[in-house]
Ligand binder design. Sequence first.
Ligand SMILES: Nc1ncnc2c1ncn2[C@@H]1O[C@H](COP(=O)(O)OP(=O)(O)OP(=O)(O)O)[C@@H](O)[C@H]1O
Length: 468
Amino acid sequence: MSHPRFINRQDELDLLRSRFESASAELLVIYGRRRLGKSALVREAIKGQEDAVYWQATEETPEAQLANFVDTASEAFPLLEDIQRDWEALLRALGREDAIVVLDEFPYLVESDDALPSKVQRVWDMHLEDTEMTLVLVGSSISIMEEKVLSGGSPLYGRRTASIDLPPLSLDDAREFYPTEDSDEEIQFWGVFGGTPYYLQALAPDATLAENIQSLILSEHGVLRNEPEFLLRTEFGIREPQTYYTILRAIATGKRAANEIADFAGVDSNALGSYLSKLRRLRLVERDIPVTANPNATRKSRYRLKEPLFRFWFRYVYGQEGKISQLGDDAYAELVNPSLTDYMGPMFELVCQNALSSLVPKTYRGIGYWWHQHHELDVVGLASDGTLVAGECKYTTRQMHEGDLADLERSASHVDWTPPGGGDPTNHYCCFCRSGFSDGLQQVADERADVSLFAPDDIVSGLSATHR
Ligand SMILES: Nc1ncnc2c1ncn2[C@@H]1O[C@H](COP(=O)(O)OP(=O)(O)OP(=O)(O)O)[C@@H](O)[C@H]1O
């Protein structure tokens, strides 16, 4: 299905358009892993701008790239036909026109001409800085963008006037693509397909979640069947992809602490840090610490897979390709369906954390997980007014009852947090449940102002309120 409508990205569009209008030279950088919609964003931003050139680099020789660029750019700026074919001369000519120039897939240019960042830096410093030109460098390879454009060692360091590290769409935006209006199913779609536009636009509009998973991810020719492999190869080339795979697999199978991951993956624990930090930069892996802990308390770190599609793929596809092929059209029913509820548990916790600030509106200093020894809370919000919001999430087919609230209160009593003004926090308890609440618990919530109950409909509407 193709979605003709461009969804949201309002903050990014506002930023880009304001920089296009500014009276000074702008060097903008847009980066983020593949499929997030960087090209679509920048194309949307330049719509209606007559003095804009959008060009996507390809993996060709430097000469072919230059010829190709001139072909594209001379449609808006015919004078380029007569300019010497080198980047310095061409950019300088475009600078004189105060043009908006977008170089998409910039890493391809750098790969074919390693000196390009220095050339751009030179022409920027000598000729462009005093124009009203906007130069936008877009790239998917985070490692190349960091090393060659963003880092202190890059010649372009310090020239950049703004950058956009493009995140996936929020659940509330991604809902526009999900072929359902049922809140629980929307949460499930998010738990598998997440908010990456390329994955979303692949969804079949008249198909259920099961059908979409079967045809896009499990079927041999499904467009997402090899997506994680493709993405990891783009970023890491052929260097050590196996190590990244085993680390991701370790986390997908529930290893959370660094030593557990290192043991499972057979990686030296000293070396693990650099793999994890690359995976975190790609936003594939997230590090959590208890929400009450000092942010530098890395000893307490736990890791989880952040990109839903990767989590799904490493749980159900990786290493099971043979079985999936054998099962054919029954792969979903046999392999996924029996454990989908279990798979969804942690995804549901994250959705509840995201919705918290609008479900229990307060100014929060932190929202996240909390754990200590054997005690654990799925959702904790630390509010500036001294409230500690503690939540339990149940993505099960059974209702939550008073016993669940009692467990939640017990766990919350172990949280060691001193509110900003000192003294003890005031606790507020939230139960988030997929399948509703017993009459007894409902009655308790009616009587107690410090207990709130949230079903999928409340949670999903909470998310849309958060983003307005
Ligand atoms: N905000 C959006 N609303 C609707 N569709 C979108 C949006 N962003 C991207 N898309 C669609 O998602 C797909 C992927 O986007 P795009 O090609 O721009 O990603 P990219 O980050 O440039 O990825 P790559 O580096 O892999 O080319 C495209 O089909 C695009 O039309």
